[in-house]
Design a protein around this ligand. Structure first.
Ligand code: GLV
Ligand code: MN
Ligand code: MN
Length: 394
């Protein structure tokens, strides 16, 4: 089997056109651009001699005949996304599946999972596919504007699709999205484990009032409550974390968000990630305690809403070994074994199939940003490493 770098790069740029904005891409799950790109992807799979299927969650498959490897990633993006996050693994999967078919090689199928970037939940499509989240529960998830997964997926009707039992193993190629490989001038990373993560959405409700007439002592200002919470959170986490632990308040919604109104309500996300399940649990307890203290000391009401948790996940040893051999074949002396600090569909798939992952460098470690970029030679090295690992595991 010989993956074709030119064809792979051409397809990668063709996918980039769906939702392109400057260097980056805006293609959140079930947006018009996402739906158009999923239809395009299904057509590419058919043209490659695979059977295209879309399941009820919007996951797009290109199926080879017979039980074999599944390769893939996701093709939805963040609200401001780079062109490679997810897309790389999907198009590399298409190319390896196509090359194997052309060479009369083993059956290799591809997938683009839906909503990896969490417009609705977190890794929603692969969570449903792996049986961890029932579709009727996913349907209740809503995006920041209140649109439900059920309403959104009606625009890309699909049903059936293969279950995990149709495949032997899963491999995912992805950009690193961090600085390690780029700094070391290496071309490939072989992922040993993916960190765990937890997130909740909290709402602080105070008293909306006039910003000129309400004395400071009488205010119940939800933004001040939020600032108090954010400061307490850093202090509470300090004794619990390691230098590798990360936490983020990334979404913030102030109501009514007007200069002359004491804010009545703030809704925000709190997310934290670490390789230890125990530390993740301790941090959750600390975060909830901070909210309780803010509520008790200010009289502002604090509520925790939607929450999710993903456990730290080790990759399958045989898949890691094959990925290491693939990395040696494609980038001898320029690769390393490493953990993943980003989440991936591989976390969910690893519950149901032996799973492995490969990384290529991200220039400057930048991702979830229009500026995200990887050198062409590194994209091709990733493709070749994936092809070699897939051939070995087939
Ligand atoms: C996935 O994009 C993540 O947030 O790690
Ligand atoms: Mn991704
Ligand atoms: Mn991402």
């Amino acid at each position: 089997m010989q993956p074709n770098p030119e064809r792979f790069l051409a397809d990668l740029h063709a996918l980039r056109a769906f939702g392109a904005q400057g260097k980056g891409v805006v293609r959140p799950a079930f947006s018009e651009a996402d739906i158009a790109s999923r239809r395009w992807l299904a057509a590419q799979a058919e043209a490659a001699g695979l059977t295209a299927q879309v399941d009820a969650a919007g996951n797009v498959f290109g199926l080879a005949e017979g039980k074999g490897l599944l390769l893939g990633s996701h093709s939805d993006t963040q609200p401001e996304g780079g062109w490679l996050d997810g897309a790389l693994g999907v198009i590399a999967a298409l190319e390896v599946a196509r090359a194997s078919r052309e060479a009369g090689g083993p059956p290799i199928s591809m997938v683009s999972f839906q909503d990896e970037e969490g417009r609705f939940g977190a890794l929603t499509g692969s969570e449903v596919w792996s049986g961890h989240l029932p579709l009727h529960e996913a349907d209740q998830l809503a995006d920041a504007g209140g649109t439900t997964f059920a309403a959104a997926r009606a625009a890309l009707p699909g049903e059936g699709g293969p279950g995990p039992g149709a495949f032997t193993r899963y491999l995912e190629l992805h950009i690193e999205q961090g600085p390690v490989l780029d700094t070391a001038e290496e071309q490939v990373g072989v992922v040993t484990a993916i960190v765990g993560a937890r997130q909740f959405t909290a709402t602080l409700t105070g008293q909306q009032n006039h910003a000129g007439t309400t004395p400071m002592a009488l205010r119940q200002d939800a933004v001040r409550g939020f600032v108090d919470f954010a400061g307490r959170l850093d202090k509470a986490f300090a004794p619990l974390v390691t230098p590798h632990t990360v936490w983020t308040i990334g979404a913030l919604d102030v109501h009514p968000n007007a200069a002359s109104i004491v804010p009545g309500r703030v809704r925000f996300s709190v997310q934290w990630r670490d390789a230890s399940a125990e530390r993740l649990a301790d941090m959750e307890e600390a975060a909830r305690e901070c909210l309780a203290v803010v509520a008790a000391e200010t009289g502002i009401r604090a509520e925790v809403g939607e929450a999710w948790a993903l456990a730290p996940t080790a990759m399958d040893p045989a898949c890691v070994a094959a990925c290491a051999d693939g990395a040696t074949a494609a980038a001898a002396g320029k690769w390393r074994r490493m953990p993943s600090g980003a989440l991936h569909d591989a976390t969910n798939v690893a519950r149901v199939l032996p799973t492995g992952m490969l990384f290529v460098p991200s220039i400057g470690g930048v991702s979830h940003n229009f500026e995200e970029e990887t050198r062409e030679a590194d994209l091709v090295a990733g493709l070749m490493a994936l092809g070699a690992a897939a051939a070995q595991l087939s």
